[in-house]
Design a protein around this ligand. Structure first.
Ligand code: 5GP
Length: 209
């Protein structure tokens, strides 16, 4: 009968800060033991409780540069004054172990991955696996309230984030899926159905007549 090959998923999720991306992604990873976070590299310093190799790979600027030059990143970008990047190796290792990979990356990173995969062979496992989701707040005013409400950032930081959010929001059309995060439970249900549908989608590695 039908011989189903299980294709892994490479899921990029982007959102302006405060849109609820972390809550939604954490819930997905907690519910599905087949989905793991891709551990990114960053040049920012660890926050309290963050563990090297788990939260991020914390690299010096020089080490980050060396890896850029060696072509080790599938994407890398500067976000809020720090550098972030996803190693190709992190994704291939996770695929080899049978996991779906969730990447919490910014809009620049997602654009670079699309470009990279566009140039890759049609049967490249990462190309077959890739999907992207943009999480948007219902409005900028709502985002403003959420950022003030969480009370963890300074006024200047919030103002900068809001300016950046406006820029990021303009790019939602670049994504395959968009979730306007008004009610958390509904947004989470939408995210789950996207993942489920993508698991059932037929991947065409050859032309089918
Ligand atoms: P934070 O420093 O708060 O952990 O992350 C700040 C921002 O960096 C988040 O919006 C997150 O999406 C983005 N980010 C984290 N890892 C990566 C990465 O590997 N690549 C890119 N392009 N952005 C990342």
């Amino acid at each position: 009968m039908i011989n189903l090959e299980r294709f892994p998923l490479l899921i990029a999720v982007s959102a302006p800060s405060g849109a609820g991306k972390t809550t939604l992604c954490d819930r997905l990873v907690a519910e599905y033991d087949t989905i793991i976070y891709s551990v990114s590299c960053t040049t920012r310093t660890p926050r309290e409780g963050e563990v090297d190799g788990k939260s991020y790979f914390f690299l010096s600027d020089d080490e980050f540069d060396r890896r850029v030059k060696a072509g080790e990143f599938i994407e890398h970008a500067t976000v809020h004054d720090h550098r972030y990047g996803t190693l190709k190796q992190t994704i291939t290792d996770a695929f080899r172990e049978g996991y779906d990979v969730l990447m919490d990356i910014d809009v620049q990173g997602a654009a670079q991955i699309r470009e990279y995969l566009h140039a890759a062979p049609a049967d490249d496992p990462m190309r077959l696996a890739y999907i992207d989701v943009f999480i948007a707040p219902p409005s900028i005013e709502d985002l403003q309230l959420r950022l003030w409400g969480r009370g963890k950032d300074e006024r200047q930081v919030i103002q900068r984030r809001l300016i950046m959010a406006g820029e990021e929001l303009k790019r939602w059309r670049e994504y395959q899926y968009v979730i306007v995060n008004d009610r958390l439970d509904e947004s989470y249900a939408a995210l789950k159905s996207i993942v489920s549908a993508e698991h059932h989608r037929v991947r065409r590695t050859k032309t089918v007549r």
